[in-house]
Design a protein around this ligand. Structure first.
Ligand SMILES: Cc1ncc(COP(=O)(O)O)c(C=O)c1O
Length: 382
């Protein structure tokens, strides 16, 4: 069979590669797994109970309306409206099978092969992978000071085939939260140039800052420019239920639904019921978890201050530390392999998030507990 299609030249996701390394390794000490950013704790009881209940309901296994369960769209539109002091219509919410699917359908609905999309570096690897599959060029927007992208630099990358700029805030892998005025600057640029601003807000709840992540939903006609992407995976500790959302113009979501129809028909009902139960009943649980992860972040920053073993914390936030390893002359992939074999530490190479090797490593510190973060510093220092 001829199998040299769109995926042929695409590297496997770094998460798969990390798990591959793990499969070939027998840890001597308990593994410190800083690879995939996945909540290591159980979802709130309100979710598990609701999921068990739905499984017994006659329509528990049926498809749902393609745009998503109406009460979930309403509850999420309400949450965003409350958080941003704005009015978001439930028709402006599309429930997807996770934030990854939200990105894929949005990017595909906005582009044709040969177009380009601007990605702020370091980018989220699945964004770049999907654009490659779609024959869409990823234009790299190199970071400015403190890893904050510059609007002026972005303006220089835009041409007649540019369809969108993508920001991820807080960033994966950088952990950096962009301040509202920066996000607003990008919005103005995109509006002026008639392109979309896509903001992946998977880690919105894990910002250090309080207050709204931006005030763009208050701008009249925001839907002509802005699409925000969301995930319930981390907020509610349900990554396996596959539920996220895209928020934007109704007509754009209609286009996205054509693709959702082909690849999934609709996002899983059980995940949507889980997310709805979480939005309705797990407010306090969510605050406890975000505070707990903020504590882990403070501790991680604390232990990394001493630059154990020469590993330098460049930025951090949400779930991630973006760390420079001390061997610029070595390939980061090798360094990752050695961290696993000699220190039983699994992390993701920075090469997954940048166009070339910059001696960076992504560490998902939020996967660990307090004792493990101390242990990480000890092992890095070895
Ligand atoms: C920036 C970013 N976007 C999207 C996702 C995927 O989220 P979901 O599980 O909702 O598909 C992740 C998960 O790690 C992420 O870090």
């Amino acid at each position: 069979m001829h199998s040299q299609g769109r995926t042929h030249n695409l590297a496997h996701s770094p998460i798969g590669a990390a798990f591959g390394l793990l499969a070939a390794h027998t840890p001597v000490r308990p593994l410190l797994n800083l690879s995939q950013a996945a909540p290591s704790f159980a979802p709130p009881a309100a979710i598990s109970e609701r999921v068990a209940q739905v499984a017994h309901e006659p329509d528990g296994g049926r498809y749902v309306p393609q745009q998503g369960l109406a009460p979930l769209r309403r509850a999420f539109a309400d949450e965003l409206s409350r958080d941003h002091n704005a009015t978001i219509d439930d028709d402006e919410v599309l429930i997807t099978a996770g934030c990854n699917q939200a990105f894929c359908v949005t990017a595909s609905a906005l582009t044709i092969p040969g177009d380009n999309i601007v990605l702020a570096v370091p980018y989220y690897f699945n964004h770049e992978m999907w654009l490659t599959v779609e024959g869409v060029e990823s234009r790299m927007l190199e970071p400015g000071k403190n890893l904050v992208p510059s609007v002026d630099d972005a303006a220089k990358l835009i041409d007649h085939r540019t369809r969108a700029i993508v920001l991820v805030t807080p960033g994966n892998p950088s952990g950096v939260t962009l301040k509202p005025d920066i996000v607003h600057g990008f919005f103005d640029l995109c509006r002026e140039r008639g392109i979309a601003l896509i903001i992946d807000e998977t880690y919105r709840s894990f910002r250090a800052a309080t207050g709204p992540s931006h005030l763009l939903y208050q701008q009249s006609g925001w839907q002509n420019t802005l699409v925000t992407l969301h995930s319930f995976s981390k907020d509610l500790a349900i990554p396996g239920y596959r539920v996220g959302a895209a928020v934007g113009a109704k007509h754009l979501l209609g286009e996205c639904m054509k693709i959702v129809d082909c690849i999934a028909i609709c996002a899983p009902r059980i995940g949507q019921e889980a997310a709805l139960a979480g939005l309705r009943h797990a407010g306090e649980w969510r605050s406890v978890q975000t505070e707990r992860i903020a504590d882990l972040h403070r501790q991680f920053q604390g232990v990394m201050q001493a630059e154990p073993g020469g590993f330098e914390l460049v930025s951090s936030g949400a779930y991630f530390g973006w760390v420079r390893h001390p061997w610029p002359q070595r390939s980061t992939l090798d360094v990752i392999g050695e961290l696993l074999t000699t220190r039983d530490v699994l992390a993701i190479p920075g090469t997954a998030f940048t166009p070339d090797d910059r001696s960076m490593i992504r560490m998902s510190f939020a996967n660990l507990n307090a004792a493990e973060i101390d242990e990480l510093a000890t092992r890095l220092a070895e």
